[in-house]
Design a protein. Structure first.
Length: 165
């Protein structure tokens, strides 16, 4: 009986240690159309940090357990996320980890950029907020897909074709 109680206490202590490790990041959410991006910003003291079993160094950006260049392969997407980092001069300072779901790749990228901007805003309001607001990175694009109406030919606003004669 005593050993079982000791094991339970040790498990609780180990659980608390895990919780402390997890709280070493800033969490934020970005949304666009149907896409949702959950972003974590890690600010490692040393050059490396261990995230979910893998070790990453400063400057790494992980999206759905892949490097960002691998997840957004299309060449036109790279300037879009790199522009934010160059503008704020944060390239190589932090580690970003994101889980993105739903929507298409373009919507996911926009959601990801909003999530990154929000996490940077939480990290240091004084130095980042003004710049982010000025360029519109903190503004959520509220445009959503229009629902399909009954009586249309498969599209939201399309009218059914009427017979000629």
């Amino acid at each position: 009986m005593v050993k079982k109680d000791q094991e339970k206490i040790e498990m609780k202590i180990e659980g608390n240690k895990k919780e402390n490790k997890i709280s070493d990041y800033i969490f934020s959410v970005g949304r666009r159309k149907e896409a949702v991006a959950r972003v974590r910003l890690y600010n490692p003291v040393s050059g490396k940090s261990q995230i979910s079993g893998a070790e990453y160094k400063k400057g790494d950006f992980i999206v759905n357990n892949k490097p960002i260049q691998e997840y957004f392969k299309f060449y036109a997407y790279a300037p879009k996320y790199n522009k934010l980092f160059r503008y704020l001069e944060i390239d190589g300072k932090y580690i970003f980890s994101a889980k993105v779901r739903s929507g298409g790749l373009a919507g996911q990228l926009d959601a990801l950029i909003l999530g990154v901007a929000r996490s940077l805003d939480k990290l240091d309001k004084e130095s980042y907020r003004g710049k982010l607001k000025e360029k519109g990175y903190l503004t959520r694009d509220a445009r959503e897909r229009e629902r399909r109406k009954v009586g249309t030919g498969g599209k939201a606003r399309r009218k059914k074709q009427s017979p000629k004669r």
